[in-house]
Design a protein around this ligand. Structure first.
Ligand SMILES: [Cu+2]
Length: 181
């Protein structure tokens, strides 16, 4: 009986270990110091386009603010951090001269119609399904390379998220809080 119980226990714990090993790793998350960068994506560009928008979600788990100040990529001659703002009733974008601040405990989401990474002097077309390595530069966390998943030309979120992008993000957030426990 005792041996049987022990055997059952070891099988159970082996099964549990296997399940934990199988738990999906969040390959889309990149950690850099106190920052967690996720949902890195870009919009596909029309043939011949010289600029493209890149988007990431940055969470600051530290106790001090950090700033996204720029980036670089083989695919682009230059990457700037841009903001959108209204200028005389017209939506315009302009570089954030001092970068984009990520306050401690906060999550900053770059998205179409808002803050974005402006990839300029594109060397090649960004095609849906491509993965584009981009190195982000933070004031404190330094340089961090992420891979932008290229979604459709008019996509509002990362590939696969589609219309339920918001919902998927909610699931992720719940999942994340579960991991802490
Ligand atoms: Cu821009």
């Amino acid at each position: 009986m005792t041996i049987g119980k022990l055997t059952w226990l070891s099988i159970a714990s082996a099964a549990l270990a296997a399940l934990l090993a199988l738990a999906p790793a969040r390959a889309d998350e990149v950690k850099a110091g106190d920052l967690v960068i996720s949902q890195a994506w870009a919009r596909a560009t029309p043939n011949g386009a010289k600029i493209g928008g890149g988007y990431v979600t940055i969470e600051n788990k530290g106790s001090a603010p950090d700033r996204l100040i720029g980036g670089s990529a083989d695919v682009a001659g230059k990457i700037e951090v841009h903001e959108m703002s209204m200028d005389g009733g017209v939506m315009k974008m302009r570089p954030l001269e001092k970068g984009l601040t990520i306050d401690p405990g906060k999550t900053v989401k770059l998205a179409p119609g808002g803050n974005h990474l402006m990839m300029m002097d594109l060397k090649s077309q960004l095609k849906q399904g491509d993965k584009v390595p981009v190195t982000l530069e933070f004031e404190k966390a330094g340089k961090v390379t992420v891979s932008l998943d290229v979604a459709g030309v008019g996509a509002q979120g990362p590939a696969g998220a589609g219309a339920s992008g918001g919902k998927m993000e909610m699931n992720k957030m719940q999942d994340r809080s579960g991991m802490k426990m």
